[in-house]
Design a protein around this ligand. Structure first.
Ligand SMILES: Nc1nc2c(ncn2[C@@H]2O[C@H](COP(=O)(O)OP(=O)(O)OP(=O)(O)O)[C@@H](O)[C@H]2O)c(=O)[nH]1
Ligand SMILES: [Mg+2]
Length: 386
């Protein structure tokens, strides 16, 4: 829905005709709440609501414009908006996402995962600085499954990203703090799209590899990098097969000093393990690949970047990049609906109704199946028909 292009900004102090035109457009895009058969009093309230919505709308328009122009403060504000749990903010966030997508920009979205202490922050600092020196704009986001506990971990990590933090062409944002991973993930995906619209060339999405979070990061990335540490013995560090299957590039970090030989051995082990996996259609010859890096000594980073560019170019040429993004959009669409429905169960009046039915099931007054069927019928009644 394009109301105004960036070249035709909606001024806050617009004239009457302009405001009326905007209101008419609001009606057309169904934000206008007027219904037929309302009393004058009700209509007065409705007008107030409409005016407020128009103001919000103009703010969103302005925010989107500033963001597309590359204003960092606007980007930070926009991310705060998509992270908000408030229902009215969600409406604005959806509007904003639509507005900024018209910028039609594309960033390379890189997912990065690794167990605690493997060197993710150090890697992002050195790798990010290398990209910045190449003249690229880099954004760093995080999906931190433990953020509910720590309140966002990248912040504390900023000490490990001292140089990158000070770069004007780098933008670092800690993980949104929220209890449920699904919510954090959705917000990070939207933040990725905002960074992209703001003109960042590479968006690095970090996650601590402790299970489910790798999957959600892979679902918002073009490429998934797995960072590993040199193994002590010859075991494969208990990396789950599912995670291995997601990796496009395995980087064995800390390939320096005393750890160099162990890192080389580990790399060979993983190269062998990758070879045994089922071949994926989205991989050219030689991928997925295992290489060594030293984030601390800036070794292997240029080579890793060359590998990334080679893989992306191939996937782009063969249509896999676009296909993956389209499948990811489908995934998030389904995920959003699922999460939205689950949230409804936690909202009144359903919440109380469910609690009451639970009590009746407990007391044997109604069977579990009947109770569930009635709750679902009530849910259907509240959601209405599409
Ligand atoms: N020798 C060596 N040490 C490294 C390298 N990269 C990181 N380290 C060290 O490993 C430790 C952990 O590094 P971080 O970058 O904080 O690791 P992380 O994966 O971000 O850790 P969490 O944020 O806790 O998950 C630090 O002491 C780093 O100095 C490397 O390439 N070589
Ligand atoms: Mg870290």
């Amino acid at each position: 829905m394009a109301l105004y292009g960036p070249s035709q900004p909606l001024r806050k102090e617009g004239n009457r005709a302009e405001a009326l035109g905007a209101l008419r457009r609001l009606i057309n895009c169904r934000i206008w709440p007027v219904q037929t058969g309302q009393s004058p009093n009700e209509q007065g309230t409705v007008c107030k609501i409409a005016r407020r919505r128009l103001e919000e709308f103009m703010n969103i328009e302005h925010l989107a414009m500033r963001l597309i122009e590359g204003d960092r403060r606007a980007l930070a504000q926009a991310i705060t908006l998509v992270e908000s749990g408030r229902a009215d903010h969600r409406v604005q966030a959806i509007e904003l996402m639509e507005r900024v997508q018209s910028a039609g920009r594309e960033a390379l979205r890189l997912g990065l995962s690794g167990t605690p202490g493997v060197g993710k922050s150090t890697f992002i600092e050195s790798f990010g600085m290398m990209l910045v020196h190449e003249g690229l704009k880099v954004a760093v986001l995080a999906v931190d499954p433990s953020s509910a506990r720590t309140g966002g971990s990248i912040l504390g990590d900023k000490t490990r990203m001292e140089l990158l933090t000070r770069e004007k062409n780098a933008f670092i944002r800690p993980s949104p703090s929220q209890t449920e991973l699904g919510g954090v993930a959705r917000r990070t995906r939207e933040a990725t799209l905002l960074c992209e619209a703001a003109g960042y060339d590479v968006v690095l999405i970090e996650t601590v590899g402790v299970g489910q979070s790798e999957t959600v990061v892979a679902q918002m990335s073009d490429l998934f990098l797995l960072l590993l540490a040199p193994a002590g013995g010859d075991e494969l560090q208990g990396v789950k097969r599912g995670i291995m299957e997601m990796a496009d590039l395995i980087l064995v970090n800390k390939a320096d000093g005393d750890l160099e030989a162990a890192a080389q051995r580990t790399r060979a082990d993983y190269a062998g393990a990758l070879h045994l996996l089922r071949k994926r259609p989205q991989d050219p010859q030689g991928f997925p690949k295992a290489t060594t890096v030293s984030a601390l000594q800036d070794k292997g980073l240029v080579e890793a970047w060359a590998d990334i560019k080679q893989l992306v170019a191939w996937r782009k040429e063969h249509g896999y990049l676009a296909k993956t993004r389209m499948e990811q959009a489908q995934y998030w669409f389904a995920q959003d609906i699922r999460n939205g429905l689950l949230r409804q169960l936690e909202t009144e009046p359903l919440k109380t109704a469910i609690a009451e039915y639970a009590k009746r099931v407990e007391q044997g007054e109604i069977t579990a199946s009947r109770a569930a069927a009635q709750v679902l019928a009530a849910l259907k009644a509240t959601t209405g028909q599409i």
